[in-house]
Design a protein around this ligand. Structure first.
Ligand SMILES: *Cc1c(COP(=O)(O)O)cnc(C)c1O
Length: 438
């Protein structure tokens, strides 16, 4: 579908692009990540290369903590799926974050990185009995339950293990998140959650099952939302449901509004975390006062996206009659968002000193698919050997990378105020056929 989208010519001013990216800037014409030169990094580690700023990550996390500090009981559960590198998880765990997981693999990563099971919420539509048992034995904080059959299964598994499972029901509020259809999850016909109309019935059902402790109400309405209204509409709907639940003797301890707040990739204008908080706080304070409800949030992209870039080298310039192609050493295998969703991500030079005449380029990889593009119709001054940076690549970047075309996945680097360390080695070819047999 991404090929059906029209891509107008986009001319981005590199310094303006990085102006609102914390801890990413140009110093003497060279792009720096958290005060580390991208030139040093590419000379040391090669390209393609994922580079993250530890301080940007922490600042993005702290924005949530500070914006909601009027509430007594707030749990910022970072969505592990947006970037699950152990060093990223450890950084956030040390800062006090909780985690939203969607698989047992992600739970294992959180524990390995030093995160606390008690601060984990477990979302996802297809939990098996084994998954549930593993999470119960680890002692996670809450299951975000997506179906009646799942409540039953959790009850059975918990009873067998002699444990009590804390659960929140993921209720589909049927609000339009006004985002890309593939990343919108709160509408009636999405596969996620329990429908708003069946919510009360589902809670009654849960209340009568053994080994279940109802602790919350949960949702996640979509990703890359730039407007606040869908979140406010959701909370309004939830406030009514919460009244009904308490009225029939079902009490909750928290409301979980999921993740989904968007970021600026090129020229979007997303609400800030403080605007988001200010819009929600009056109602949340009211729920705290009346029912003692705490708040869970599950931000992923908003914490990790703008803390990372993907560096890629220009290998071949191929002007044709209709289009100019710049073939780079990253591709849809390393960064699939443009090919999968038609995402428009900023591509900027790492060296501003280049003075060739700007032309309009498609930035493409060398994977054998026409959908293998990273950006289309970009005005850039390019020469073979240049290094480009794709910003906003800290979320849904490396985690969605594959080995398609037998391409080893890139190394990942974490920068911290002038220092850096490798937090994942570049894959070798041998890694790629490990476990295969002739
Ligand atoms: C993906 C996901 C998130 C995080 O979404 P972002 O848009 O990255 O903030 C949070 N909660 C659930 C249940 C998710 O599936």
């Amino acid at each position: 579908m991404a090929n059906d989208i029209e891509y107008p010519i986009l001319t981005l001013e590199p310094t303006a692009c990085v102006a609102d990216l914390p801890f990413i800037d140009y110093q003497n014409n060279t792009l720096f990540i958290d005060n580390v030169s991208t030139k040093t990094l590419t000379q040391t580690y090669g390209t393609p290369l994922y580079v993250y700023s530890k301080n940007a990550l922490l600042a993005n996390y702290q924005a949530y903590v500070e914006s909601f500090n009027a509430l007594n009981d707030v749990h910022i559960c970072y969505a592990v799926k947006s970037n699950s590198n152990l060093a990223i998880l450890a950084t956030l765990a040390n800062a006090g974050a909780g985690f939203d997981i969607v698989s047992i693999g992600e739970l294992a990563r959180v524990l390995k990185a030093g995160g606390q099971a008690q601060k984990v919420v477990y979302s996802g539509v297809g939990k098996t009995a084994d998954d549930i048992a593993t999470a119960l034995n680890a002692g996670i904080g809450c299951f975000n339950v997506e179906a009646i059959s799942e409540i039953k299964l959790i009850s059975e598994v918990a009873t067998k293990l002699g444990k009590v499972a804390p659960i929140a029901l993921r209720i589909n509020p049927d609000v339009d998140a006004k985002t890309h259809p593939y990343i919108s999850t709160g509408l009636k016909d999405n596969k996620f959650g329990i429908s708003h109309d069946n919510a009360i019935e589902a809670y009654r059902f849960a209340k009568n099952l053994p080994s279940i402790e109802i602790v919350g109400i949960d949702c996640h309405i979509g990703s890359q939302l730039t407007q606040i209204q869908p979140f406010v509409d959701t909370l309004d709907k939830f406030a009514k449901l919460i009244d009904e639940l308490f009225a029939i003797g079902i009490s909750l301890r928290h409301v979980d509004l999921g993740g989904g707040l968007g970021v600026r990739y090129t020229n979007e204008n997303p609400a800030s975390v403080s605007e988001y908080a200010n819009a929600l706080l009056p109602k949340l304070l009211d729920l705290q006062e009346r029912y003692g409800l705490g708040l869970h949030l599950e931000p992923g992209r908003n914490i990790s996206a703008n803390a990372g870039v993907l560096l890629t080298n220009v290998d071949v310039l191929k002007p044709t009659e209709h289009k100019n192609f710049a073939i780079v050493d990253a591709s849809m295998s390393e960064l699939i968002r443009p090919a999968l969703y038609g995402s428009v991500m900023a591509v900027i030079p790492t060296d501003l000193a280049n003075d060739t005449t700007p032309q309009v380029w498609d930035i493409v990889g060398s994977v054998c698919e026409s959908s293998d593009f990273l950006a289309k119709n970009r005005t850039l001054s390019l020469q073979v050997g240049d290094t480009l940076a794709i910003t906003g690549a800290g979320a849904y970047g490396f985690v969605m990378a594959s080995n398609y075309n037998t391409r080893p996945r890139p190394a990942e680097i974490l920068c911290d105020n002038g220092t850096h360390r490798i937090v994942r080695e570049r894959e070798t070819l041998e890694c790629l056929w490990q476990g295969e047999h002739i």
